[in-house]
Write a protein that binds this ligand. Structure first.
Ligand SMILES: Cc1cc2nc3c(=O)[nH]c(=O)nc-3n(C[C@H](O)[C@H](O)[C@H](O)COP(=O)(O)O)c2cc1C
Length: 331
């Protein structure tokens, strides 16, 4: 496999530089007509997916390489997290590899070009698969004004997205995860549902609105969220974001603060998806993400109750062949 031949050279580079290089290569590859591998149509959230395997948020935050990424076969691509205004994110270094554990730690803090620029790029895309946009708040916006940031993003991006994800689960924007508490989450989601109900030219159906949650929630917190998701109702949930836990990892993992992704996250994400499925019942759309790095892991996520899956860190360690391997496993 060619990826294993070039991986040592990529891993010799500083992780964020290697990522930028890969994105540039994918952007150039995007001049070819993007293919979406089809295994028959999967209906979910009123959308038609050509397969169940998607790219998780954070890989292409600015929608710079959607067409190239599409050529890898993904059934859907989630861009972002996008904030209303451009921002640089946290100081570097802020992305670290833990090769022995096949994991990453990141504390990027949503570096992105801002909602207007991302919307303009998405308007130009040729990729015909589903594109979701993951939205968040600027670091400089006080928490008590967070709703304004999410609503602004929604307004700017609604016409270029097939679905919108409310990200309240990244550990790298101070206070963000506190928005998962019911008292904060309910007004936030209600405001977005209200905004969604404003008619938009060309839109015949309500734009699916999803929530992305952390794997570090307590059982009562998770139950509260499930109750709210059903009551509102929302169109789906993405589980999970990265974890603050370093359980079972050596000292190297404790050296860096930030969110952990990849293989050590898998069990935690599976557990969260299993509980969500129990609490939400059979029909509620769940996208499972966390440590999927093989067809076996993809099948485990399906068995836990996920309708669709997403990958990120697995791509870094296993390369783009992982996409078609997972599609063969889960359709
Ligand atoms: C470097 C990096 C940046 C990420 N940025 C975002 C982000 O901006 N928004 C978000 O919702 N999730 C972000 N994530 C989380 C992923 O979307 C995913 O939920 C998580 O990494 C678990 O999947 P994985 O184990 O397959 O990587 C990021 C993950 C990584 C590794």
């Amino acid at each position: 496999m060619w990826y294993y031949a070039i991986r040592p050279a990529l891993f010799a580079l500083e992780p964020e530089r290697a990522h930028q290089l890969a994105l540039n290569a994918l952007r150039l590859a995007g001049h070819r007509r993007p293919r979406v591998r089809s295994t028959g149509t999967i209906e979910c959230m009123g959308l038609r997916f050509r397969n169940r395997v998607g790219l998780a948020a954070g890989f292409d935050k600015n929608a710079a390489a959607v067409d190239g990424l599409g050529s890898l076969g993904f059934g859907f691509i989630e861009v972002g997290t996008v904030t209303p205004r451009p921002q640089p994110g946290q100081p570097r270094p802020r992305l670290f590899r833990l090769p022995a554990a096949e994991a990453l730690i990141n504390r990027l803090g949503f570096p992105n070009d801002g909602a207007e620029k991302v919307a303009a790029r998405l308007r130009q895309r040729k990729y015909r698969g589903i594109v979701g946009v993951n939205i968040g708040k600027n670091a400089s916006t006080p928490l008590h004004h967070a709703i304004d940031d999410y609503v602004t993003c929604f307004r700017i991006l609604r016409r270029v997205a097939d679905y919108i994800v409310v990200n309240v689960s990244s550990p790298n924007t101070p206070g963000l995860r506190s928005l998962q508490a019911r008292e904060q989450l309910e007004p936030l989601l209600t405001a977005l549902l209200q905004e969604r109900s404003v008619p938009t030219p060309g839109q015949t159906r309500p734009l699916p609105l999803l929530l992305k949650i952390s794997p570090d929630l307590s059982d009562p917190e998770l139950q509260d969220i499930s109750t709210l998701l059903k009551a509102l109702p929302l169109d789906g949930v993405i589980a999970t974001n990265t974890t603050l836990s370093r359980e079972g990892l050596g000292a190297a993992a404790s050296e860096h603060t930030g969110g952990l992704s990849g293989r050590p996250l898998h069990a935690l994400s599976l557990r969260t998806v299993r509980k969500l499925r129990e609490q939400l019942g059979p029909g509620f759309p769940i996208i499972g993400v966390g440590g999927i790095d093989s067809p076996k892991a993809a099948l485990e996520m399906r068995a836990a109750g996920a309708d669709l899956i997403q990958i990120y860190t697995g791509l870094i360690y296993r390369g783009p062949a992982l996409v078609s391997q997972c599609i063969r496993a889960v359709g």
